[in-house]
Design a protein. Structure first.
Length: 696
């Protein structure tokens, strides 16, 4: 072979130096990402160019948050030279970004064996041990980090403090990092997560926004922003944030899990399933993905599959409230009542104010023969003015089994009542002095202060309760719960407009179903129905599958004479929750009758009455349907029955008045219509007044 000219050889060497310089520069430029200074500058094997090229690509991908691709290229670099310590260190960093602490520790050990200066990787080991669930060891190891890596080390330490429950300490640590380096995007996203966990939603939103503004590639901040937006604005608004995170890394497990759960709540079940499959591809055996698939199977009625999928979580989600709820439901459905009771008892212990959990636990205890235990669990719910009829019937059955038939009758009467009082503070058995003492001992604990506030309301001391609520808002302006507490006290005192303003402050930070229902109720009672309707419409635009919201929308559609819309809404609900909801069937009857389809309305009204014959709403619906089909005798009996059970319900009196008028019983008709008009909340006033004139 002929030798190339000297000038050609010189140009080739120059090009090689430039390429080598570019690759080395890429490696050195991400030393801050790794948090290490590398003792070995180049691989020892002959395949140096391939190893360098793969590692440079890995480091570049780490910078743009494509962690899965970065892992693959780091693995390729190791394949080119298994003994290159730098490649093992980079792969460890990729594993840390992906949340795999065990694999990261293994790669750090291999890096050390290959000559890597492991004294400069204490913060990486600390991160790995934190991911493995050992926060105390992580804190000790992070403290050994060299000063140049203090920012990373303190961040790991702060996360560890948060894992141990010391949220204030975690915030102080991160504040120190940001004081020294306010441009640290990762520290801002960590602070956002800690603030969110502590209930400071406004502060969390601010921190996440800053993190993204400082580094658009901060995939953790994008995911956190999606979670916060989901609470602040709704499910649909959150989806683009998770999608933005997945554009960086299509297999980023945390974003996939949040994305899948949100898709399911929106009703996009096929997309949800696809996202969970991607999550399992990214992290084989992912318990979160199996749990979401179990939820999907349970919604489809495939309980055997749901149980099988839950078993694959291997108990790793036992601390998750939603998993306890689902696991209990699957056990109950299979007849394993003791297992269901155990799970739901754990859930109630962790979330005493979880009404759904209490209702389920009470039902399971009653079925197992423990009527007294059921009463103990259900009592705080039954004490509420807005307690649901199912809970009240459970309490009535429990009293019947304990031989207290007088109390059973009282709760059956309440269960039959068609209207509920507004939401009230959660019932409590603790004495006011005990609640006050607990609050005084820990004045910085908002949970204890809320408990004392509820006790004050229960005792009728609304003035002191209002002062407590205002103090909570002043001390915790970023916590939606503080504004909800203030609104609740204002509702009790009848200041509905002020309560609506407080609830809207809460909704600006966290717009979930309870906040929506409170806001709508306050606005409606303040005489601002159009504003209330707008709030409901906004909520349903973001949460189209929400059952409570759809129920309320259908009720208002019926009140407004929007029969077609009401039928569509209610039929959609019936397909989802079945044919055993008497209130839903009664509303369907009214909607079909209003739409001039009395035969279909009669079928639904008859089914509703069969489920709850002592409920005045079902009696009225059945009577009204019979009246529309010309069966006046049977209709009148049912309408009179409904009005006698609930004489204060204006609509029932109005229906009975119309029937009396058509039958020529004018004095009785006038009395019933005037009684309806005496209720300021009665909405069909124009028609009632017009009928009165014809009867005069």
């Amino acid at each position: 072979m002929r030798d190339r000219p000297a000038s050609s050889r010189a140009r080739s060497r120059a090009r090689l130096r430039r390429r080598t310089g570019i690759l080395a520069g890429a490696i050195l430029s991400v030393a801050a990402i790794l948090g290490v200074t590398l003792a070995v500058a180049a691989p020892a094997r002959a395949d140096a160019p391939t190893a360098r090229q793969e590692l440079a690509q890995s480091l570049g991908l780490l910078r743009v948050a494509n962690f899965n691709a970065a892992r693959a290229h780091a693995q390729a670099a190791i394949k080119a030279d298994p003994d290159w310590g730098l490649a093992h260190a980079v792969l460890a960093r990729a594993y840390l970004a992906l949340g795999d602490g065990i694999a990261a520790e293994g790669e750090l050990n291999r890096a050390k064996a290959a000559g890597f200066d492991i004294d400069r990787a204490h913060q990486l080991y600390a991160h790995a041990w934190l991911l493995q669930g050992d926060p105390k060891r992580a804190i000790a190891e992070a403290a050994r980090a060299q000063p140049r890596f203090a920012g990373y080390a303190v961040r790991v330490g702060a996360r560890a403090l948060a894992a141990l429950g010391d949220l204030p300490g975690a915030q102080r640590a991160l504040a120190n990092v940001l004081s020294a380096n306010p441009g640290n995007s990762a520290a801002w996203s960590d602070l956002g997560r800690v603030r969110s966990d502590s209930g400071d939603i406004a502060g969390a939103l601010d921190a996440a926004t800053r993190a993204i503004s400082l580094d658009a590639n901060n995939i953790e901040a994008l995911t956190l922003r999606g979670e916060l937006i989901r609470g602040q604005y709704g499910l649909v608004a959150a989806l683009p944030w998770f999608e933005a995170a997945l554009k960086h890394d299509a297999y980023y497990h945390p974003a996939l899990i949040e994305y899948a759960g949100t898709l399911g709540d929106v009703g996009r079940y096929s997309d949800m399933l696809e996202a969970t499959r991607k999550a399992l591809a990214a992290r084989p055996g992912s318990p979160q993905a199996y749990y979401l698939q179990a939820v999907l199977a349970a919604r489809a009625g495939n309980f055997d599959l749901a149980r099988s999928l839950m078993e694959r979580t291997a108990g790793k989600l036992d601390a998750l409230p939603a998993a306890l709820l689902l696991g209990g439901m699957l056990s109950y459905e299979a007849g394993a009542y003791e297992q269901a009771i155990d799970r739901w008892r754990q859930l109630v212990g962790r979330q005493p104010m979880n009404i759904t959990a209490r209702r389920l636990l009470g039902a399971a205890l009653l079925r197992s023969g423990d009527a007294k235990g059921a009463l103990d669990v259900l009592r705080p719910v039954a004490l509420r003015g807005d307690a649901d009829s199912y809970t009240l019937r459970l309490v009535a059955r429990a009293f019947e089994r304990t031989g207290e038939r007088d109390w059973s009758g009282r709760f059956l009467d309440r269960a039959a009542w068609p209207m509920r009082e507004g939401s009230s503070p959660f019932g409590t058995d603790d004495s006011l002095p005990d609640l006050a003492g607990a609050s005084d001992e820990a004045p910085d604990d908002p949970v204890l202060r809320l408990g004392y506030l509820r006790g004050l309301v229960e005792a009728g001391n609304t003035g002191a309760a209002l002062a407590q609520a205002q103090g909570l808002v002043r001390d915790h302006p970023g916590a939606p719960a503080a504004y909800l507490a203030l609104g609740d006290v204002l509702m009790v005192t009848g200041r509905y407009g002020d309560a609506a303003a407080a609830y809207r402050h809460a909704a600006d930070m966290h717009f979930d179903e309870p906040t929506m229902l409170r806001t709508v109720d306050a606005l409606d009672k303040a005489g601002r129905r159009p504003e209330a309707a707008n709030v409901l419409a906004l909520f349903l635009s973001q949460n189209p599958q929400d059952i409570a919201g759809q129920r309320l929308a259908a009720h208002w559609q019926i009140a407004g004479g929007e029969w077609d819309s009401a039928i569509d809404t209610l039929e959609g609900l019936r397909l989802r929750i079945g044919n055993r909801d008497a209130a839903l069937l009664a509303e369907l009857a009214y909607a079909y009758i209003g739409d001039d389809d009395a035969e279909t309305g009669l079928a639904y009204a008859k089914a509703a009455y069969a489920l709850a014959p002592m409920n005045p709403a079902t009696s009225d619906a059945y009577g009204w349907a019979l009246y529309q089909t010309g069966e006046n005798g049977a209709a009148l009996q049912l309408l009179e029955k409904a009005a006698s059970i609930a004489p204060g319900h204006a609509v029932l009196r109005w229906h009975l008045g119309q029937a009396y008028a058509d039958l020529g019983r004018t004095p009785e008709a006038v009395a019933q219509i005037e009684a309806a008009l005496a209720d300021p909340s009665f909405e069909d006033r124009a028609a009632a007044r017009a009928l009165l004139k014809t009867l005069a």
